[in-house]
Design a protein around this ligand. Structure first.
Ligand code: NAP
Ligand code: 3JN
Length: 348
């Protein structure tokens, strides 16, 4: 394809995230010498477009990674567990978009604006955090850095595209079924592997991923554990409630925080957020300016608004944080990790 750049494989190239990975590598002009799109047997032989060229999708096998320098994985945790070590064995660096390795102490869990330095010590696999975690830590890190952070309580309003291409189809099909007064078929959401499925059209489902023994869902536990790991603070109090909404793309979050510093005003938070890389402050109630999923969809970065000081706690603040879950929440963050690896001389 090209003599300069890296030999890159995208595992899950036919999926909702994988498709965005191809587009983001192209759009941000990551140096790609060759691109290998991989999927399951089902999609082998299909075509994907990269830089105007039709590429044939191949079934992912251990041998697929011969000669690959960078492998971006987003084909589910079981695929990553089986194939990421095979890619590493063959000399590739893996950026894994699943939860398979995120909490492994030998695996850096990275949002470049927050903890790029963690990339320096790795054993071949770098983990991309959960989408809901990424946008929250990107928004809170400048506050933590400047004013300290002791507590986070977050409620999410997550788009269906976070649950994959089939969940997007299910939302549109059910919307037509409701409007046409037909029987509603629910087969995917809230989570493929659970006993019951519920209507997402015109609904809000307070379950993302499977329930854990402590009553939190796995998505909620990902936000809690990943945030502490990325911010290097086990003593940080974090609680999460994750909810699925009938929005196609763009996760929104209502975030309550408590800071260490006393006597701050909203203006102090504005000042640090305005300067922060990858963040856009959209906060002006006088002109009804605040972030919304429909505006954030298709855009890079994280949008923050509705910042209020708590009425009872001097150290408490409320924020509204929105981002495209397939871009900053997944594909863009993975490609930014790849750029960071390149910049730090860690890609061979
Ligand atoms: P999706 O639209 O359902 O796509 C799944 C992709 O994985 C497809 O390309 C599929 O290929 C491929 N795949 C499935 N089984 C495979 C196998 N055995 N070997 C190789 N490829 C296989 O799902 P998605 O929304 O893109 O999400 C994919 C994964 O990314 C999720 O499971 C999750 O782990 C991760 N993810 C992470 C975030 C985040 O928060 N950072 C957000 C969303 C997703 P076929 O076309 O052959 O089926
Ligand atoms: O539901 C969302 O909005 C985000 C979903 C992420 C997701 C979906 C299936 C499996 C993940 C993830 O990245 O945390 C996983 C997983 O790998 O555990």
């Amino acid at each position: 394809m090209n003599n300069s750049g890296y030999h890159v494989a995208v595992v899950g190239a036919t999926g909702a995230v994988g498709q965005q990975m191809l587009k983001t590598l192209e759009r941000l002009e990551f140096p790609v010498a060759s691109l290998l799109p991989l999927s399951s047997k089902r999609s082998a032989g299909k075509k994907v477009i990269f830089k105007g060229e039709e590429l044939t999708v191949q079934e992912a096998t251990p041998e697929s990674f011969e000669g690959i320098q960078l492998a971006l994985f987003s084909a589910g945790g079981s695929v990553s567990k089986a194939l990421a070590p095979e890619a590493v064995k063959r000399g590739a660096i893996v950026v894994d978009n699943t939860s398979a390795f995120r909490m492994d102490p030998n695996v850096p869990l990275v949002v470049p604006e927050v903890n790029e330095g963690d990339l320096k010590v790795h054993q071949g696999i770098i983990a991309n955090p959960n989408c809901s975690t990424i946008q929250m830590v990107a928004a809170l890190e400048p506050i933590r850095e400047n004013f300290g952070l002791t507590k986070i309580i977050v409620s999410t309003y997550q788009a269906v595209s976070g649950a994959g291409a089939e969940a997007i189809d299910e939302m549109y099909e059910q919307t037509e079924q409701v409007l046409n007064k037909q029987e509603i078929k629910a087969e995917i959401l809230p989570v493929g592997g659970d006993k019951k499925h519920y209507q997402i059209a015109f609904n809000a489902i307070p379950q993302i991923d499977l329930f854990q023994e402590n009553g939190f869902t796995f998505e909620e536990m990902k936000m809690i554990n990943e945030t502490k790991k990325i911010m290097h603070d086990d003593s940080l109090h974090v609680a999460a409630t994750c909810v699925r909404l009938p929005v196609e793309t763009g996760h929104s979050e209502s975030v309550y925080i408590e800071v260490e510093k006393e006597g701050l005003g909203v203006n102090h938070l504005h000042d640090v957020l305005q300067e922060a890389p990858g963040l856009t402050l959209q906060d002006d109630p006088s002109v009804q300016l605040y972030p919304m999923a429909t505006d954030a969809a298709g855009k890079d970065g994280v949008f923050v608004g509705r910042i209020r000081k708590d009425l009872d706690n001097d150290q408490g603040f409320h924020l509204w944080v929105v981002a495209d879950n397939l871009l900053k929440g997944a594909a863009l963050n993975s490609v930014q990790i790849a750029f960071s690896l390149d910049k730090l001389g860690l890609l061979k």
